[in-house]
Design a protein around this ligand. Structure first.
Ligand code: GAP
Length: 469
């Protein structure tokens, strides 16, 4: 079973992800993407963008992070975007009350007390007010550092506040957006008119979102700064279920098309719906710490556009000139976390296997089996030894293919070690220039997963790679 710690350590060692501000002991819930991480994240986002917007009726948008504060009043975030928070007076630690109880159920299940865990989860699902969380925490004897001296449960708004202009007063308060979706809703009319779109059509956006999470945890899973890839699809009321089914299938297919294991994906239907939704599911991935949501598909009715219409006083209707009708469109939302997706692809790709090395000894091979579409480096080029004309030929090949693919040149250490270094970062192909290359202008190409090598003419390298990448 893959351990999260192995993945976090490989991420740091190889330059995928670093703790933010690490030299100052780090900033909780914030992460930096290193040279390989930034490529992987970009590949995830580019793939999403291509799959969502390279179609007839979905167009893109890049709205600003800071928006008019009324946006968040209309969306309900100012009043309701909060989590139930509880403090332990003894340990002085703060927790999300619902997560504390969910984790307790998880612990009970692990101890073989499945029925008790189910009971607790049922009670959690029917919670109505904050005091119910407190009562459950006491009923199940939940403690932190041996103490059950808990405060009352309070609501904690997750939006980060800041100020526009030089005066820090309430009238200048703005928020870092907690989701990209609202940028799409407030631009609904601008986009529809400028891009000459007709219902049904969608608007897609990738961008940063910020939430002052009470407990950040599990590496990139719950962070305070993250990226979302969201699409709002506007439809005629009454046709939303058909659109929902279509987009759910499209989104699942996207994960699978990038090689994610089907056995690690599942759909969780929401039994308890938000007041504005008439259907919602989560796409979940099985991480080493359990199943977790990587994307939500929501049927949001006309809630968002109607609220913005009400709060802005501007009409946000669609006028159907053919059928002579006007209405506020319903919305199907696909909302994926780019950073959570990044982590799911990383976890899914991670593999360890015992192989026999060149010296006939058994060796542990760590390999990231990324889909070539996601691999941060597509090809590595090596001279077998640093003499006899091999480095010159290898450099020429590297300089040529570098113009087409993310590529690395490595001449340091034994060839087996160099292969292993590329396996660890998920490079699908390694090209080696050897003695034969000098004589007959051929090279070997080694495939990461099978470790098999083929010999091909240098003149065919590019077409060989294009076909496979
Ligand atoms: N517009 C709807 C929306 O924002 P959400 O379920 O709150 O819905 C959508 O978030 C996705 O954003 C989640 O499925 C997850 O992938 C990602 N996400 C949400 N909060 C996150 C956090 N604190 N850290 C990382 N990703 C997060």
């Amino acid at each position: 079973m893959t351990k999260m710690d192995d993945i976090i350590s490989l991420s740091k060692r190889k330059g995928f992800v670093f703790q933010s501000s690490e030299i100052y002991t780090g900033l909780n819930g914030c992460w930096d993407y290193g040279p390989l991480g930034v490529e992987l994240l970009k590949n995830v986002k580019d793939s999403w963008w291509r799959s969502m917007t390279y179609r007839e009726n979905v167009v893109g948008l890049d709205a600003s992070i800071l928006m008019h504060p009324k946006v968040w009043e209309a969306s309900g975030h100012t009043a309701q975007f909060s989590d139930p928070m509880i403090d332990n007076k003894f340990s002085k630690k703060r927790f999300r009350a619902d997560v504390l109880l969910e984790e307790h159920a998880h612990k009970l299940r692990k101890k073989g007390k499945g029925q008790k865990a189910n009971e607790l989860e049922e009670k959690l699902a029917s919670i109505k007010e904050n005091s119910d969380y407190y009562d459950l925490i006491m009923e199940y004897g939940i403690k932190d550092e041996g103490s059950d001296d808990w405060t009352d449960v309070k609501n904690f708004n997750l939006m980060f506040k800041t100020f526009v202009g030089s005066v820090e007063e309430a009238s200048n308060t703005v928020y870092l957006r907690p989701e990209t979706a609202q940028g799409i809703f407030v631009n609904f009319k601008n986009v529809m008119e400028s891009a000459r779109q007709k219902i049904p059509f969608g608007i897609a956006q990738i961008g940063k979102a910020f939430r002052n999470e009470i407990n950040t945890r599990n590496f990139l899973f719950r962070t305070r700064e993250f990226e979302q890839m969201e699409m709002q699809y506007f439809v005629k009321p009454g046709t939303e279920m058909e659109a929902f089914d279509y987009w759910l299938e499209q989104r699942l297919d996207w994960y699978k098309s990038l090689g994610m294991k089907e056995s690690k994906l599942r759909i969780k239907t929401h039994d308890k719906l938000a007041h504005y939704a008439n259907r919602a599911v989560d796409i979940e991935y099985e991480f080493p710490f359990g199943w977790g949501e990587i994307e939500g598909i929501h049927s949001r009715t006309d809630f968002d556009l109607s609220r913005h219409q009400e709060f802005s006083g501007k009409k946000l209707e669609y006028v159907d000139t053919v059928n002579k009708e006007r209405y506020v469109p319903f919305v199907i939302e696909t909302s994926a976390g780019a950073s959570r997706g990044f982590m799911a692809f990383l976890v899914d790709a991670y593999d360890e296997e015992t192989i026999t090395n060149e010296k006939g000894k058994s060796d542990l091979r760590k390999v990231l089996r990324f889909s070539p579409k996601l691999s941060p480096v597509k090809v590595a080029v090596f001279p077998l030894v640093n003499k006899d004309g091999m480095p010159r030929i290898a450099k020429e090949i590297y300089q040529d293919i570098q113009q087409h693919f993310a590529c690395e040149y490595d001449h340091a250490g034994a060839i087996g070690r160099r292969y292993r270094r590329q396996d660890e970062i998920g490079t699908p192909f390694c090209i080696t220039v050897d003695g034969e290359s000098v004589e007959n202008k051929t090279v070997t190409i080694r495939a990461r997963d099978s470790m098999e090598q083929v010999r091909i003419p240098i003149s065919e390298i590019k077409s060989y790679l294009i076909e496979r990448l």
